[in-house]
Ligand binder design. Sequence first.
Ligand code: ZN
Ligand code: ZN
Ligand code: ZN
Length: 325
Amino acid sequence: ASVPNIDDLAARDAVLSYVSNNRCWGLACAREMTIMDITASSAFHYNLETCTEKRTAVWIHEPYTGQVIDSADRGPSPKPWDVLVVPPNPYREGQVVVEVPHSARIVNCYDCATMGRRRCWSCFGNGEIRCNACNGTGKILELESGSENQRINVPPGPKACYQCGGGGQRRCVVCLGPGQLPCKTCLARGQLKLSLQLTVSWKMYKSDRVVERTAVPEVLIRSVQGRVAFDEEKAAVWPINFFPDEAVNHASRELLDEHRARFSAEKTIAQRQSVRMVPVHQVAYVWRNYRGFYYIYGHDNLVYFPDYPQKTCCGLTEILTCSIQ
Ligand SMILES: [Zn+2]
Ligand SMILES: [Zn+2]
Ligand SMILES: [Zn+2]
């Protein structure tokens, strides 16, 4: 009923403006063709959007430096799905990280057993390492060229290592002596704050289907403006079952089933389905020895004419002069 009426005049206007927009196509065909028949129909574009929410909780720890601890003393800790987190906008993807209320507590650092310090990994707690100049012996053999000993052919004798002063050990350069390093896990505080971290993420999934029975490609129906015939938004929608075109009902059932199966690990929080209606007119024409169809679609009378007979540049095959320079 809402399909706009296209008469012969409108059908010719549409094809004339379409052909003149394609430089160098011959216009004669569009001008002279005989319009035999116009068949009106509607294409439907069904759209489904499903917004889901996913929650994951993990225990995390951080150094305890005196921050406020929201522990079980303040009340029982809620289950992840009972924590109140409202999506800023259900139709936008996003993520929020919160601490589960009353889940925090203070524990001893498992890395340093509350000491705040750990044994140095370089000197193993000794504070010193073996001198590598003398290999720990404290002595080195040194040849002094031109010395008196060499002149009188006495073999060089051992000298005290000047790197370690003869002790064979040098101070550890990592801990600088104490043999211990501050614990990184607790920032040397000895205690950790343990809490349950909840990550809430929102995702949106879109699917669509075009119901179209002429030769007009689906991509054209998707991109052209249409009229909204049905639009519904709920926490969870039911499949459409009342549409006059059974293929639309079928598309709704199928896509809803598909979303339910694919996103079963997430919770659906909002769903929107809509049907856009796009008018399509199939026009049968005859011109010279050509006969075929072209299509007028959308509310702005766009044309789809895959086999326009005068596509060759300047109508060369038709011995016509180019009308657009
Ligand atoms: Zn520690
Ligand atoms: Zn040495
Ligand atoms: Zn050390």
